[in-house]
Write a protein of this length. Structure first.
Length: 271
């Protein structure tokens, strides 16, 4: 790239057209492969910004947005057509796409946050991690409610990469502190060790073998603390990871003004 040695030009068309629904990692990879094989490719994105989670969800400190924009430019030069703010299932039906294209690739992604299942998740100040990241990444264009964390105590539930992103983003947005509660130990935490090290370097704190059992609030229903219990690891479960179990008499409270749940994602239902 630095020496201008990357050629991006259309190849001979094979006469077939494909609609790609979603411009995230899956959709862009599919479009990239197809356009180089002569297919006509149209990418349909429901949001105003292309790139899916690469742009909306992953913070810029992990992935420079210019890298994504460069890839989009290459795809445009090869002949991929992009349409934003097109919601398949509402603006266009699947039947209409099947009529106009030879094939359809559905790459809507897994952006439906898993419920924490912790009592009190309906309190003010409790949010899912992904909308928080999107709002901080995209700003007003995301059309999401602002989640201010300046000067606040932020507690993040979960131990994956999304949790690491939430911790670091909260600190960079001026949080007084950012604490991760995770029910297993570091050895069993699914998040990247590099991301864990980066979060530590930026000032995040980790409370391992700590399981939230309820989120508590005040009379105005504003979150005030997360009630937890210490855990110990027992025998491996079906996945091979050691199953955590509560330690009797070890309950504790962690002060919180904002709670971000980062327990992973499920596929988005397709209408």
């Amino acid at each position: 790239f630095a020496h201008g040695d990357v050629e991006a030009r259309p190849v001979l068309s094979n006469g077939l057209r494909v609609a790609v629904v979603g411009s995230g990692p899956a959709g862009l990879a599919c479009a990239d492969e197809l356009i180089q094989r002569g297919f006509g490719v149209t990418v349909l994105e429901s949001l105003p910004v292309l790139g899916g989670l690469l742009v909306n969800g992953i913070p810029a400190f992990k992935l420079d947005k210019s890298v994504v924009e460069r890839r989009l430019d290459i795809l445009r030069q090869r002949g991929v057509v992009f349409h934003t703010e097109v919601n398949v299932g509402r603006d266009l039906t699947l039947s209409e796409l099947r009529r106009d294209y030879d094939a359809i690739f559905l790459g809507m992604g897994a952006q439906k946050s898993k419920s924490s299942g912790v009592p009190g998740e309906g309190l003010k100040g409790v949010h899912q991690g992904l909308p928080f990241l999107i709002e901080k990444n995209v700003g007003p264009a995301a059309k999401l409610d602002s989640i201010p964390v300046l000067g606040k105590r932020v507690v993040v539930l979960g131990g994956g990469d999304t949790a690491m992103d939430c911790l670091r983003t909260a600190l960079r947005c001026g949080a007084q502190e950012a604490v991760c509660l995770y029910r297993r130990d570091l050895a069993n935490m699914p998040g990247s060790r590099k991301e864990y090290a980066n979060a530590l370097e930026e000032g995040a704190r980790f409370s391992f073998l700590t399981n939230p059992i309820c989120i508590e609030g005040n009379a105005d229903r504003n979150v005030t603390q997360v009630h937890c219990v210490r855990m110990e690891l027992g025998e491996p479960d079906a996945s091979g990871r050691r199953k955590p179990r509560p330690v009797k008499g070890s309950e504790l409270a962690v002060a919180a003004d904002i709670v971000l749940a980062a327990y992973g994602f499920d596929p988005v239902p397709f209408p």
